[in-house]
Design a protein around this ligand. Structure first.
Ligand code: MF3
Ligand code: CO
Length: 277
């Protein structure tokens, strides 16, 4: 974890280009959200996202990444991340995680959300909501904290608080996949774990841009990759959720590059004012 490889610190001008990439991703995910319904195939969602990205002058960053064949990852039910879009028809009650990345003028944005289609099981809705809350708590911690390890602490706090409230089994935090630095590449140092670590991690300073992306499961976090070499599923078949935003740390605070409002509404509710871009 927390390898001390070279970190790419961005200038405010570079962050402004990343904001453009972030808004392309936000537009693509909004279009997918509008289209999402039982009866759709995951390949149809991929086409929706690809259209928006290219028509807005971006390039889908997932397409061709280590041979990945699509512009979105669509991970359904027990699929945690990296589900490949295809002929699968979405069903009522499905837990659907949609992950999207785009490059604009050489700079990346990366974001994901989870929805439950016509929810049948309230615990699925709680899973998706807790994962989103954990992401926002992690982002807020970047605004107030001094070291990267504050993200994992905040995520764990949210998961523990949910466990204390809930009637269902406590949610597991996936540890095999983590958030990451982002900039001229989609994945850069530093790693951003979603769990407590002994190492306090990199000191936070202006110019650091990271993707915060907790993945929670209703059962055990143990997982494996399917024969397609991409799709990551839970070993116990329990359902998973994944939320992600690309965040910039600036001189006077953080701004969420893949949120249309820069994260203002969700962060204000956590006592954090977003920085001006
Ligand atoms: N966007 C994912 C992440 O959050 C990575 C997608 S891998 C790809 O880091 F192959 F689909 F591009
Ligand atoms: Co990511």
């Amino acid at each position: 974890m927390f390898g001390r490889e070279r970190v790419e610190y961005k200038t405010p001008e570079q962050v402004a280009v990343m904001r453009r990439a972030g808004l392309v991703v936000a537009d693509a995910l909004d279009a997918v959200r509008d289209a999402l319904a039982p009866g759709m195939t995951t390949a149809q969602l991929d086409a929706v996202a690809e259209d928006v990205i290219t028509s807005r002058g971006g390039t889908p960053s997932f397409l061709g990444y280590h041979g990945y064949p699509a512009s979105l990852c669509v991970s359904v039910n027990d699929e945690i991340v990296h589900g490949i879009p295809g002929a699968r028809v979405l069903q009522p009650g499905d837990v659907v995680s949609v992950d999207c990345g785009a490059v604009v003028d050489g700079w990346h944005g990366d974001s994901a959300f989870t929805v439950v289609l016509d929810p049948a099981d309230p615990a699925d809705v709680e899973l998706a909501a807790t994962t989103e809350d954990a992401m926002w708590a992690g982002i807020a911690a970047l605004a107030t904290g001094d070291r990267l390890s504050v993200v994992g602490e905040a995520v764990e706090d949210v998961v523990e608080a949910a466990a204390a409230r809930a009637s269902a089994a406590p949610f597991g935090i996936v540890e095999d996949y983590v958030g990451h630095g982002i900039g001229t590449a989609m994945h850069q140092p530093p790693d951003v774990p979603n769990f407590r670590t002994r190492d306090r991690g990199l000191k936070l300073r202006p110019g650091l841009c990271v993707a915060v992306e907790p993945m929670l499961v209703r059962g055990s976090q143990e997982n494996h990759t399917l024969a397609d070499d991409w799709t990551v599923v839970t070993d116990d078949g329990s359902r998973a959720a994944h939320w992600e935003h690309t965040v910039a740390i600036l001189e006077d605070g953080v701004v969420v590059l893949t949120a249309r409002d820069g994260g203002a509404a969700r962060l204000r509710a956590l006592g954090v004012e977003v920085a001006a871009l």
